[in-house]
Design a binder for this molecule. Structure first.
Ligand SMILES: Cc1ncc(COP(=O)(O)O)c(C=O)c1O
Length: 375
């Protein structure tokens, strides 16, 4: 049947929009080069410094023995624990293969061809990708000078066609989080015909330093909402791929259940996530070690020819004053460390540095001291 023209007028099997768009490979996989043995230190993916907690590893290992059985498709035990901790009904909690899957789903349930979305820029790229593929349009509103989402400018970009409003707090790749006032203004003013999506992948780091979590304020919202979180960061389970979302329930939950594929969160992943969630001591240990190391790194960078953006995440974003970020990333690589150079906000660019082990941070500081010079 080759050459048959579909109703849309197209002849090929693959949707042309997917062949025309070219998203940069924003997150290169260095597994082949560095391997899990960390021949090259991976300070480029905002992974945890630490391995999973012993309890999480033991739970995953036990679950592996049942790998001939599909996992619990509803994630009953994990949702129940999340529900107990937050008061959100299990029906309004959704699990995904990483929070990335839930961000994709948020776009799938809200954006049809021609619909409009408002996003910060730069930010985590998954939503923009999904919007483009859905045939949606978007306004990408520059973040503030401190790197936080510019809520007021974003609210001003809403039109009658806007169906999705995406906030990322703390924002990746810039690091700053939103204040309670900023969040409250978004919660109150994003209209009811818009899904308010708040990505809190690094929320635990922010809250540990006095930041707000959106869930504590979202009760004031009348319109639909989702708040996504992940086990990939502070819970040290990036490889297992578990994310979750709280939602306003009702239509949002119904739609999320419609678009989801079954069994996308594996049995070992569910078991490890539940054990990690209950291991409060380990969480505190990861939080304090990471945050202290971030402060140390920021202190070491002060006085060099760069600006360090405020961060409440497990990474630090640095704007060199004159040396190109790409050049500095190459120097870091020569010293055995992968860091993320970004073409933002200007031709010099910036570097996103995931907080590493004490010795990695020392090496990184030495590279940047030599590469940047004093400012
Ligand atoms: C802001 C933000 N959201 C979501 C994600 C997705 O994480 P995961 O799919 O591992 O849950 C990341 C990953 O780096 C992120 O930085």
């Amino acid at each position: 049947m080759t050459g048959t023209t579909a109703k849309s007028g197209r002849t090929g099997a693959i949707r042309p929009a997917l062949l025309e768009t070219r998203f940069p490979t924003f997150i290169p996989s260095y597994e082949g080069e560095s391997g899990p043995d960390e021949t090259l230190g991976r300070l480029n993916l905002n992974e945890a410094i630490f391995p999973p907690s012993d309890a999480a590893i033991a739970a995953a290992r036990d679950a592996l023995a049942f790998s001939h059985r599909y996992p619990d498709d509803f994630g009953t035990a994990l949702k129940s624990e999340l529900s107990t901790r937050t008061g959100i009904a299990p029906e309004a909690i959704h699990l995904g293969s990483g929070s990335s899957e839930l961000l994709f789903a948020a776009v799938q349930i809200s954006i049809e061809a021609g619909d409009h979305a408002v996003l910060p820029a730069p930010t985590f790229p998954v939503c923009a990708k999904a919007i483009t593929h859905a045939g949606g349009r978007m306004t990408q509103v520059p973040v503030r000078a401190d790197g936080a989402n510019d809520v007021d400018a974003m609210l001003a970009a809403i039109t009658a066609e806007t169906r999705l409003f995406y906030l990322c707090t703390p924002n990746n790749p810039t690091g700053a989080d939103l204040s309670a006032d900023d969040l409250a203004r978004a919660i109150a003013n994003v209209p009811d015909q818009c899904l308010l999506l708040i990505d809190e992948a690094y929320m635990e780091f922010a809250v540990a330093e006095g930041g707000v979590d959106a869930l504590s304020l979202i009760g004031d919202r009348s319109g639909p909402w989702m708040i996504t979180r992940t086990f990939s960061k502070v819970y040290c389970l990036s490889a297992l791929r578990v994310g979750y979302a709280f939602s306003s329930g009702g239509d949002v939950s119904q739609a999320l259940n419609q678009v989801r594929a079954n069994f996308t969160v594996s049995r070992p992943a569910l078991a490890a996530a539940l054990a990690a969630l209950k291991d409060d001591d380990y969480l505190r240990h990861v939080l304090s070690a990471t945050i202290n190391a971030r402060h140390e790194l920021a202190k070491g960078l002060s006085g060099l020819a760069c600006s360090v953006l405020p961060s409440r995440a497990n990474f630090l974003t640095v704007r060199p004053h004159s040396v190109s970020a790409v050049k500095l990333a190459a120097q870091a690589r020569d010293a055995g460390l992968l860091v993320q150079a970004m073409p933002w906000p200007d031709a010099i660019g910036s570097l996103r540095l995931t907080i590493g082990t004490p010795s990695q941070n020392e090496t990184l500081l030495a590279v940047l001291r030599a590469g940047l010079g004093e400012g």
